[in-house]
Design a protein around this ligand. Structure first.
Ligand SMILES: *Cc1c(COP(=O)(O)O)cnc(C)c1O
Length: 491
């Protein structure tokens, strides 16, 4: 069994196994005609159930053959131009190369003695990101597993900085379009999800700052503590960006921590033309970025950035076996100059302990393509969304919600003949499901003012306006079929 350990004597097996895996995936990507096969959980479950995990196959070729049936054949492929579902991006090759390297070397970024240069590479990318945001000289941050964890850590810092022992007094303000991880964080942090005040949005789905100001004033008058305002720079559904400069001013006035959730909108940091949309982000106390959304990175790759690096101490715990606290022995001789200073242990800043070297993927991406290269890709999908919006706005079959700032389109099929809103809801729901079952395209769904809508999340520069038009025809076809059948049943 030692033949399977990756070391100096097994280089040949490593090379041949990984190469074979790469070949299969490359073939798969080249021959996949649809984003999905439409397989149902019931259809696929027996295939997985039939695998006996106590009967190993012995070699990678056999395991890869099996993998074709249990995974590769029916996976949902984000690289396909008609995958328009959630916030998943096609990935760039330099990042995939980084992934292969980081898992083989397997550094763990918790302590310097488990990562060495990896720690410095991560720190340099954090500095690069805080520089692009404009957080100032004391800024710092850490890579995380995703926006959910980044938001959780931001709320932890905000809670501690609020400096009150009475958690029941704390309030968090975020727009009604903000991500559900804000509520989840509030619960996990003992603040409770009822402490999250939902601020209404305007027609463009951006937080209404007049309403925010009123809520902050109400909070103050009630003797409560405004712990944080979470501004979203790129809402998950609409890609709308809250008015950051106005929110920054209000945070200043009321002494609230300003967190910007730029999980989606962070791609603007690299955009050669759209950086201005993030104006105001430089005033944030903390910022969430998801490189695995708009930097075309494989899952997972995210970071939390903070204006004042010292606030990260709220996540610092010491263990003698890992990152002992700096101790000064009584009567000890002075420490020589070169040995002063803390060992750079990233675990001091992280909620995680053992942690992937995800930063390497972004490193390879920037070293090969540069920031402009990544930003151009994001610009392309934003341009595509603008064209898609024009298409939808001119199509009588559809009602489209807002002109996109980023790359999502939220719309709904509306039949010519008068039908009840509930029937329209059902027709749209049906169309989404039927499309998914056909595997021709994958689209997402969401609710707007209680009604069922559909959503395109455009993150693939290979998707064309013709793809969008074709998928709209498919959706209309399914919706019409549903309504046609229901009319027959009703009569
Ligand atoms: C996706 C998203 C998150 C959560 O990020 P994960 O990486 O999925 O954990 C948080 N906020 C917003 C606005 C998002 O779009």
């Amino acid at each position: 069994m030692r033949a399977h350990l990756l070391n100096d004597t097994t280089a040949e097996l490593y090379r041949s196994s990984v190469t074979e895996g790469v070949e299969r995936v490359a073939n798969k990507l080249a021959t996949t005609k649809r984003p999905f096969t439409g397989v149902t959980p019931d259809e696929l479950a027996p295939t997985i159930a039939a695998v006996d995990l106590d009967q190993p196959l012995g070699d990678s070729s056999a395991a890869l053959d099996e993998l074709e049936r249990v995974y590769l054949r029916d996976a949902v492929y984000f690289h396909h131009p008609r995958y328009l579902g959630h916030l998943n991006c096609p990935v760039v090759i330099p990042a995939v190369l980084g992934e292969a390297v980081l898992s083989a070397v397997n550094s763990s970024l918790d302590t310097w003695d488990q990562s060495a240069g990896g720690t410095l590479i991560e720190r340099k990318l954090i500095d690069w990101t805080t520089g692009r945001i404009g957080l100032g000289p004391a800024a710092d941050g850490v890579f995380t597993s995703g926006g959910t964890q980044s938001n959780l850590q931001a709320m932890l810092l905000a809670r501690e900085e609020a400096k009150t022992d009475d958690l029941s007094k704390l309030r968090i303000f975020s727009s009604e379009c903000s991500h559900f991880s804000v509520q989840k964080s509030a619960t996990l942090l003992g603040v409770g999800q009822d402490a999250v005040v939902s601020v209404p949005v305007d027609r463009d789905r951006r937080m209404q700052t007049v309403a925010l100001a009123a809520e902050l004033e109400k909070c103050r008058r009630a003797g409560l503590v405004p712990m944080a305002v979470v501004a979203t720079a790129g809402t998950t559904d609409f890609g709308s960006i809250d008015p950051l400069p106005e929110i920054a001013a209000l945070c200043d006035e009321y002494g609230a921590w300003m967190h910007v959730d730029a999980a989606y909108g962070c791609g603007l940091l690299a955009s050669p033309t759209r950086r201005g949309l993030l104006e105001g982000v430089q005033h944030a106390d903390s910022v969430t970025v998801d490189y695995h959304k708009s930097f075309f990175q494989p899952v997972s790759s995210s970071a939390l950035l903070v204006r004042d690096g010292a606030t990260l101490r709220h996540a610092t715990y010491h263990a003698d076996y890992l990152n002992p606290a700096p101790t000064v022995e009584v009567g000890a001789p002075p420490v020589p100059e070169g040995l002063r200073g803390r060992i750079p242990n990233q675990v001091d800043k992280s909620l995680q302990t053992t942690r992937r070297f995800d930063a390497l993927k972004l490193w390879m991406t920037l070293r090969v393509m540069g920031a402009d290269g990544v930003g151009q890709l994001f610009d392309e999908v934003c341009d595509l969304a603008a064209e898609g919006w024009r298409l939808l706005a001119g199509d009588p079959r559809y009602d489209v919600v807002v002109e996109p700032q980023l790359s999502t389109l939220v719309f709904r099929y509306v039949p010519e003949q008068v039908t009840s809103p509930t029937e329209i809801d059902r027709a749209n729901l049906y169309a989404r499901k039927a499309l998914f079952a056909s595997g021709e395209a994958v689209v997402a769904g969401t609710k707007v003012d209680g009604r069922q809508y559909l959503k395109f999340t455009l993150l693939n520069p290979e998707t064309t306006v013709a793809d969008i038009a074709a998928v709209l025809d498919l959706i209309a076809g399914h919706a019409e079929q549903y309504l046609g059948e229901n009319l027959v049943h009703a009569s």
